[in-house]
Write a protein that binds this ligand. Structure first.
Ligand code: PEP
Length: 248
């Protein structure tokens, strides 16, 4: 089977109302592949989600950048139910900035993933190693451990996309080589094959994130186990349109 190309834009904690309007205008006028061939997702900060939803053309899907588990006494958090309530289909979970800056453990990310899926959200699950872990040749183990925490809790993988995002490549301009990305994606797919099922390994999209730009997207995107991208900085710029067309 061919896995549908997937490109997500993670706007992180950036933007003003004026800037958001400009980005939406840029996206609305951009030439992007037909939605039969690509899932295009943008993840604005929570406060701008309604605005983006009202402005953006319908072939762009919206994601939240995070969510909590069940709603309740969690000051400052957003629950999975709230996202469903305002018809947001996707959520990014386990981004390395949350794992490192907010101390989110593999288990907590897995709990949130399980809960978000149970509420009907689709999840873009981020995994990836630090520079030290790469230098110690621990990349595949780290990524497998992060994935296993989720595999231990969920039964269905149909609504998960895995984003392999090496921490050393995020926001640094130091992109993984196509070979490095392919190697990790291949090993992760093999892990899924051996530890979940051959079907899940075959069908689950594994996308790459970390300093993806218009200049490097074609080569990385042509690797057999790379099914798309999660894009940070470049998703706020015109070049995001070029990245959406990486397979054309
Ligand atoms: C990200 O934040 O998920 C990301 C990949 O950032 P950047 O593209 O800026 O490295």
């Amino acid at each position: 089977m061919t896995r549908k190309f997937f490109v997500g834009g993670n706007w992180k904690c950036n933007g003003t109302v004026e800037e958001v309007k400009k980005i939406c205008c840029m996206l609305n006028t951009g030439e992007v592949p037909c939605p039969n061939h690509i899932d295009t997702i943008v993840a604005p900060p929570f406060v701008f989600i309604p605005l983006v939803k009202s402005l953006l053309r319908s072939d762009f899907q919206i994601a939240a950048q995070n969510c909590w588990v069940k709603g309740g006494a969690f000051t400052g958090e957003i629950s999975a139910e709230m996202l469903v309530n305002i018809h947001i289909p996707w959520v990014i979970l386990g981004h390395s900035e949350r794992r490192t800056l907010c101390g989110e453990s593999n288990e907590f990310v897995a709990d949130k993933t399980e809960y978000a899926l149970s509420q009907g959200l689709k999840v873009c699950l981020c995994v990836g190693e630090s520079l030290k872990e790469r230098e110690n040749h621990e990349t595949s183990n780290v990524v497998a451990k992060q994935t296993k925490a989720v595999a231990d809790k969920i039964g269905c993988w149909a609504n998960i996309v895995i984003a392999y995002e090496p921490i050393w490549a995020i926001g640094t301009g130091k992109v993984a080589t196509p070979e490095q990305a392919q190697e990790v994606h291949y090993n992760l797919r093999k892990w899924l094959d051996q530890n979940v099922s051959p079907q899940v390994a075959q069908n689950t999209r594994i996308i790459y994130g970390g300093s993806v730009t218009a200049a490097n997207c074609k080569e990385i995107g042509s690797q057999p186990d790379v099914d798309g991208f999660l894009v940070g900085g470049a998703s706020l710029k015109e070049e995001f349109i070029t990245i959406l067309n990486a397979r054309n």
